[in-house]
Design a protein around this ligand. Structure first.
Ligand SMILES: Nc1nc2c(ncn2[C@@H]2O[C@H](COP(=O)(O)OP(=O)(O)OP(=O)(O)O)[C@@H](O)[C@H]2O)c(=O)[nH]1
Ligand SMILES: [Mg+2]
Length: 300
């Protein structure tokens, strides 16, 4: 875990350095109006978006603590997750994974399968991205490494049929966890949305109350575009949570706060690398601490 955390802090170092130049880490003195404006700019540069940056600064200003500690507190409040993950009373937990192509869905499913398997759970994965033949092969490699099982059909098969099949078999063979991978791209945007809605419908047909969770995978490096993506998928697929990937790279991090704030969706996990171990449960305090410069209080 320590090394995962250091990948995150390294990934977010650009934003942290920008903010460190603006925020006094030693002073307990209130900031001037123009200094707060600089903080706001720093937050915008860190991908928080103008509205949220303004809101954070307005709230932090009201606190009577030192500026950095105040900002940290209001940022944590924005991303803290209160909703527990929904689990079935009995039978397998069904998770549908969605998102634009290339965001990291398949890789993240490999990571999640590895995590569940390490907890002693049996995992069945459905290869419902039948749009690209290579997608199924890539998933098969991850699933095998994770020690999980996979349901697949022929290339170009109906994704909804694969999902239905997977859930039915998952129930009859008493798996603990069922994860459905989906395509990020079909011929048209509309086609993708119709396909996802259908996949969702047939899962519920095979197993009432499922999917228990629908997690959208978002690439942390895409900036504002991530907001558009979540908005687009939300109603069609009934998104219940988010996974933000590639936070080990050039992502600025603020997008995580923006998504949580804008959509009120819990951030469940974050991706910090390309291997099966590079997944962290989202921890609001740890995340915000990586985004902000270290304060004197932290060092004590
Ligand atoms: N650095 C880094 N790379 C990641 C992370 N997650 C995924 N990737 C990389 O992102 C690329 C795309 O990942 P996929 O899992 O294939 O993405 P996908 O969403 O399944 O894409 P489609 O199947 O095309 O829709 C791969 O090269 C992954 O190795 C992460 O957390 N960090
Ligand atoms: Mg994929």
């Amino acid at each position: 875990m320590a090394s995962l955390f250091s990948r995150l802090t390294k990934g977010l170092s650009r934003s942290r350095d920008t903010l460190a130049q603006i925020l006094p880490t030693k002073s307990e003195k209130p900031l001037s109006e123009s200094e707060w404006m600089d903080v706001e700019d720093g937050l915008i540069m860190a991908d928080c978006g103008a509205d949220l940056a303004m809101d954070l600064v307005a709230k932090a200003k009201k606190e009577r603590r030192d500026p950095l500690a105040s900002l940290k507190q209001v940022m944590i409040a924005k991303v803290e997750t209160h909703a527990p993950i929904k689990h079935p009373d009995s039978g397998p937990f069904v998770l549908l994974v969605i998102g634009v192509n290339g965001t990291g869905k398949t890789t993240t499913i490999g990571k999640l399968a590895t995590m569940f398997a390490s907890e002693g759970k049996s995992v069945l994965v459905g290869a419902a991205d039948t749009f690209r033949a290579a997608a199924v092969e890539q998933l098969a490699v991850w699933v095998e490494r994770a020690g999980a099982d996979m349901i697949r059909q022929h290339d170009g098969a109906d994704p909804a049929s694969v999902a239905f099949d997977t859930v039915q078999r998952g129930i009859s063979r008493c798996y603990d966890v069922i994860i459905i991978d989906t395509a990020g791209r079909v011929q048209t945007d509309r086609g993708l949305m119709d396909e996802l809605a259908k996949v969702r419908r047939v899962i519920t047909k095979a197993y009432p109350h499922a999917p228990h969770e629908v997690w959208q995978v978002v690439d942390g490096g895409t900036g504002q575009n991530a907001v558009v993506q979540v908005e687009k998928f939300r109603d069609v697929a009934g998104t219940t949570g988010l996974i933000v990937t590639k936070l080990d790279g050039t992502a600025k991090g603020g997008i995580v706060l923006q998504l949580a704030d804008k959509f009120g969706l819990p951030i469940r996990y974050i991706g910090v690398g390309e291997t099966l171990e590079d997944l962290m449960p989202f921890d609001a305090e740890a995340f915000v601490s990586s985004l902000l410069p270290e304060s004197n209080q932290d060092k004590e």
